[in-house]
Design a protein around this ligand. Structure first.
Ligand SMILES: [Ca+2]
Length: 292
C-alpha cells in the first residue's frame, strides 16, 4: 500500500458499527502519468486501459476522463480529455484537454493567460502558469495550468502538456471539502479507508475494475474505439501482481515507463519475463493465459 498522507484515520462510533471518516488534510485526488491515481483516501492505483472512465462518480458531480496512448507511453494510456458534468453543472458540460477547452459547444480559454466565468452554475476558470507540478520529471518546465472552481467547494488543477515528441495530455488534481453524496470512481469512494480503493473493490462496486463509463452516462459525444489487442488484458492482472510488474518493467524500460507488454508478461507469466529481455518473444508463447 502506498501511504500518501500521514494523517490518521479517525473513526466515528455509531451504534454497532465503526465508520471511518475522511482524514483531514487528505482532500485531494491526483491523476498523473500513464495514468496513476492517488485516491482521496491516499491509495495509489494504476489504470492503463484506453477508453472513457469515471474519475469522480457522484450524484452532484461527474468527472470522466478519456485515456489514450501517446508516442512516449509504449502503448499505455494517458489522460487526453476531461469532461465535467453532473447536477451541480445544471446541464452544462465542461471539456478540457491540453489543446482545447469547451463549455458545451463554445470554445473558451483560447488565450494564455485568460479567465472565464459562468454565473449559473457558478464556475470560474483561471488559465495561467501558477500551480504545482503533479508528475515527477516535469520540474522546471513551463507550466500551463487551468484552475477550475466549481460549486460545492470543488476545484481542479489541470496541468497541460504538449511537448514535441510526447503528444498532448493532462495531469490533474481535484480538491474537495469532504466526500460528495455516493462518491466513487478511480479517485476512490473518499470514505477514509484506502483499502477499498483497489481495482478489485471498484469492480465489485461498479462492475468494472477500471470504472468504465456506461453509454447512458457518457459525457463525451463519442466513445473511443476499443482497440482489440492480443488476449491477456492488463485489466485482468491480479492486484497483488501489479506493483511487482510495474517495478520490474519500469526498471527495465529506457525511459522508466513500464511497457504494457512487459506488465502483461510479468502479470501472467512471472518475474523472469521482465528481466529475460532477449527471451520475451519466446516466453510470451509459453505464458499461461489470464484467468477465465
Ligand atoms: Ca476508500
Amino acid at each position: 500500500m502506498t501511504t500518501g498522507t500521514t494523517s490518521t484515520v479517525t473513526a466515528i462510533r455509531t451504534i454497532g458499527t465503526t465508520m471511518p471518516v475522511a482524514p483531514a488534510g487528505s482532500q485531494t485526488c491526483r491523476v498523473y502519468g500513464d495514468p496513476h491515481v492517488q485516491t482521496f483516501d491516499g491509495r495509489k492505483v494504476s489504470f492503463y486501459s484506453t477508453g472513457e472512465f469515471w474519475i469522480v462518480k457522484s450524484f452532484p458531480l461527474a468527472i470522466q476522463g478519456r485515456y489514450m496512448p501517446t508516442p512516449i507511453t509504449n502503448g499505455l494510456s494517458v489522460t487526453k480529455v476531461l469532461a465535467i458534468g453532473g447536477d451541480m453543472m445544471e446541464g452544462h458540460v465542461l471539456r478540457i484537454s491540453a489543446k482545447f477547452a469547451m463549455w458545451d459547444e463554445e470554445f473558451i480559454l483560447t488565450d494564455f493567460p485568460s479567465t472565464w466565468t459562468s454565473a449559473s452554475p457558478p464556475v470560474s476558470i483561471v488559465y495561467n502558469d501558477e500551480g504545482d507540478y503533479l508528475q515527477q520529471g516535469r520540474e522546471g518546465k513551463q507550466l500551463r495550468v487551468v484552475t477550475v472552481s466549481l460549486p460545492m467547494g470543488v476545484s481542479l488543477q489541470i496541468n497541460r502538456w504538449d511537448e514535441l515528441g510526447e503528444g498532448d495530455y493532462v495531469n490533474l488534481k481535484i480538491f474537495q471539502h469532504g466526500p460528495l453524496p455516493n462518491q466513487d470512481g478511480q479517485c476512490g469512494n473518499f470514505n477514509g479507508d484506502p483499502e477499498d480503493d483497489s481495482r478489485a473493490a471498484l469492480k465489485q462496486r461498479l462492475g468494472s475494475s477500471s470504472a468504465w463509463v456506461a453509454d447512458e452516462d457518457l459525457l463525451f459525444k463519442e466513445r473511443t474505439p476499443v482497440m482489440k489487442t492480443a488476449d491477456p488484458s492488463i485489466d485482468d492482472c491480479a492486484a497483488d501482481r501489479m506493483p511487482q510488474a510495474e517495478r520490474l518493467c519500469g526498471a527495465q524500460s529506457p525511459n522508466g515507463i513500464p511497457e504494457k507488454e512487459c506488465i502483461i508478461d510479468v502479470c501472467f507469466g512471472g518475474d523472469q519475463f521482465a528481466v529475460e529481455d532477449a527471451n520475451v518473444e519466446v516466453a510470451v508463447g509459453l505464458a499461461p493465459g489470464p484467468p477465465a
